[in-house]
Design a protein around this ligand. Structure first.
Ligand SMILES: C=C1C[C@]23C[C@@]1(O)CC[C@H]2[C@@]12CCC[C@@](C)(C(=O)O1)[C@H]2[C@@H]3C(=O)O
Ligand SMILES: O=C(O)CCC(=O)C(=O)O
Ligand SMILES: [Fe+2]
Length: 347
């Protein structure tokens, strides 16, 4: 069964989408939660602040990022236009496999017991073929705006990656050797979370970590993203809501940055809750390595005093592990105290 929008128009929540008995909702901590760092891209202490945020939170907001607000408006409008199409139109571009391009649920959705209050659209490379099917007479505006957005976000991605690697103590030379996939090959994931009259019974997107180095997330100003904050001086483990600030992107640390940093940078677990009144739109841009490159811990960060060490892994291997093992994927490449590794031949 597809979790398409017809299913989102019920007067009462169908059992297929009802998480009430499964989730620790309501979610927000009743005590102070600590605040997710908001970092100005032009801050003279950028590197230090980013390093601290990656270590402590695994997520931060990046303001003053140089992306034109008008482009973000246009991008939001095109996303709205896409998800407002009738379900029959969207099903013409339905994904044929979990990780492929097109319309549908998230690739890891088989690991969850219920459907999410969510529709997704994965773009890998150019959206042209799909846009032509969706709007045979007017596909170019969608493609143009998506291309403009990618053109603008890509340098930001490189800049953030560079800053993160500097914060880990890498030299320019070492940074130049860090493998990052070409912008025209990486994927974007567009999300829509329709408003729901009974939001405490549904979940927009179930808890997960992103697999890549980092994710840059656009949002339309409707909040809903929450990150899992571990026990600290302020309180026990809790979900903290990420504020939706205008013209500000959320940056998440993913599994491969956690691996690269030998466990120092936190691959943050996050989820999305749904608004009673507003549709949330978001779009993730996932920075990752080229498919044929194995990513392992940086040698200068490994040693007896350091945290977990992981065996090098390629992007397709990691996605494969994720689709089979979900939140245990990284355990499959963790080297245990005796330096033994699990056999990964089946991946
Ligand atoms: C680049 C990608 C990351 C992602 C898999 C994908 O090819 C496109 C969808 C992405 C997404 C978004 C929701 C959560 C997630 C775990 C999933 O199932 O699909 C991520 C994937 C990931 O980071 O592993
Ligand atoms: O919609 C959001 O805020 C988050 C989406 C997300 O986590 C993802 O696409 O990986
Ligand atoms: Fe995510």
């Amino acid at each position: 069964m597809m979790d398409h929008p017809e299913n989102f128009r019920f007067d009462s929540i169908p059992d297929s989408h009802d998480w009430s008995d499964l989730y620790d909702q309501p979610f927000a901590a009743p005590f102070g939660s600590g605040s997710i760092p908001v970092i100005d891209l032009n801050d003279p202490k950028l590197i230090e602040k980013i390093g601290e945020a990656c270590e402590k939170w695994g997520v931060f907001l990046i303001s003053n990022n140089g992306i034109e607000p008008e482009l973000l408006n246009q991008f939001g409008m095109q996303m709205h236009r896409l998800f407002a199409l009738p379900v029959e139109a969207k099903l013409k571009v339905a994904k044929t496999d979990g990780y492929g391009a097109g319309y549908g649920g998230i690739p890891i959705s088989p690991h969850f017991p219920k459907f999410m209050w969510h529709e997704g659209f994965i773009i890998t490379g150019s959206p042209l073929g799909h846009a032509q099917k969706l709007w045979p007479d007017d596909y170019s505006s969608f493609c143009e705006v998506v291309e403009e957005y990618k053109k603008a976000i890509n340098p930001l991605g490189y800049r953030l990656m560079h800053a993160i690697l500097l914060s880990l103590g890498l030299s320019e030379e070492e940074i130049n050797h860090t493998p990052i996939e070409d912008s025209n090959k990486i994927s974007m994931h567009l999300n829509s979370y329709p408003a729901c009259h009974d939001p405490d019974r549904v979940i927009g997107m179930g808890p997960h970590t992103d697999s890549g180095f980092l994710t840059i997330l656009y949002t339309n100003g409707v909040s809903g993203l929450q990150v899992l904050r571990h026990k600290d001086d302020i309180g026990p483990e809790r979900w903290v809501t990420v504020p939706a600030l205008p013209n500000t992107f959320v940056v998440n640390i993913g599994d491969l940055m956690h691996v690269l940093s030998s466990g120092r940078y936190h691959n943050v677990v996050h989820r999305v809750i749904v608004s009673r009144t507003n549709q949330r739109l978001s779009a993730g841009y996932f920075l990752r390595p080229p498919v044929d490159v194995k990513v392992g811990p940086l040698s200068k960060l490994t040693g007896p005093e350091q945290g977990p060490v992981y065996r090098p892994v390629t992007w397709p291997q990691l996605l494969n592990m994720k689709s089979m093992l979900y939140d245990k994927a990284l355990d499959a490449i963790k080297i245990n105290g005796l330096g033994r590794v699990r056999d990964d031949s089946k991946f």
